[in-house]
Ligand binder design. Structure first.
Ligand SMILES: [Zn+2]
Length: 288
């Protein structure tokens, strides 16, 4: 009796151990699978070297905020979306914080014009940017922008349009016409540009501009590097395509004439109130 009890106990322990190993493997594999492609967070060395001896003629203090999803995430298992998401409530609080503190919401075109001495920016400018053209920009962000009459910039990937997770063409047309949202290009296919041959880079950059301009009937003059990756050659393609500014995912405030094609951005996350204002005053204090 006692012997068989021990045998069963051993068997039970083995089963528990096997289950634990399976759970471990499952979690490990899952987290690996769900890991977002890391954004570039520092200026590439060759770009750094190319500007090392340049003296900026114009320096502006314009925080550019970077958002992805703003929604109530329905699928609790969607860890990528959850990590990039803030709730519409939080977003509205952030807008209120910035408004109450005297910030004025401007666009990338306003920034380009200021860099070109064509206009002056208000005393406390801020730019809201949204990457990828997710559907929640139309359903959750746009109503808040309209409520507060706040301007923003949406970087669109044409070949993502009309997919379940992304805006339909009619939604894009509506936001583009609203006078509140500037449309920027984000390549045709959300391409990881540093991995592509030059011809392909040109296609992704130039076609996304042409496509959006043709379909929306507006000039598209700002560009966002997918995953923030770029180098001197890619910057050159973006410049020659006729863009006036380009944004990266590098953390910080860095709006000078010499780096208008690799502008830094700040991820506010769910910060509201004083912690958001502190971040805008000192973005380098936050490490990602
Ligand atoms: Zn993107």
């Amino acid at each position: 009796m006692k012997k068989s009890y021990v045998r069963y106990l051993n068997l039970a322990l083995l089963i528990v151990l096997a289950i634990l190993i399976l759970i471990f493997l499952y979690i490990f594999k899952l987290s690996d699978f769900n890991k977002p492609i890391p954004d570039a967070i520092t200026l590439p060395k060759e770009v750094q070297e190319s500007i090392a001896n340049l003296k900026p003629q114009k320096v502006l203090n314009v925080p550019i905020l970077l958002y992805h999803y703003v929604e109530y995430v329905k699928d609790e298992g969607d860890t990528i979306r959850k990590s990039l998401n803030i709730t519409p409530y939080m977003f509205e609080q952030e807008i209120k914080t910035l408004e109450d503190d005297g910030y004025t919401f401007v666009t990338m075109s306003d920034l380009a014009d200021a860099l070109d001495d064509k206009n002056n920016l208000p005393s406390k400018p801020v730019i809201l940017t949204f990457d990828d053209g997710y559907r929640d920009f139309y359903t959750d962000v746009f109503p808040i922008l309209k409520k507060y009459q706040v301007k923003a910039v949406a970087y669109i990937v044409p070949n993502f349009l009309n997919k379940p997770n992304n805006m339909d063409t009619w939604m894009l047309k509506e936001i583009a016409k609203s006078g509140l949202v500037e449309i920027g290009a984000h390549t045709m296919n959300h391409a990881y540009l540093s991995d592509l041959p030059l011809e392909r880079v040109k296609y992704e950059v130039e076609e996304s501009k042409k496509y959006l301009e043709k379909n929306l009937g507006i000039p598209v003059t700002t560009f966002a590097y997918p995953n923030g990756t770029f180098d001197n050659q890619i910057i050159d393609v973006v410049k020659k395509a006729g863009f006036k500014t380009a944004v990266t995912t590098i953390n910080g405030i860095f709006a000078q004439d010499i780096n208008r094609f690799f502008l830094y951005r700040i991820r506010p996350g769910a910060r509201t109130g004083q912690s958001l204002l502190n971040l805008l005053d000192n973005p380098d204090a936050i490490k990602y």
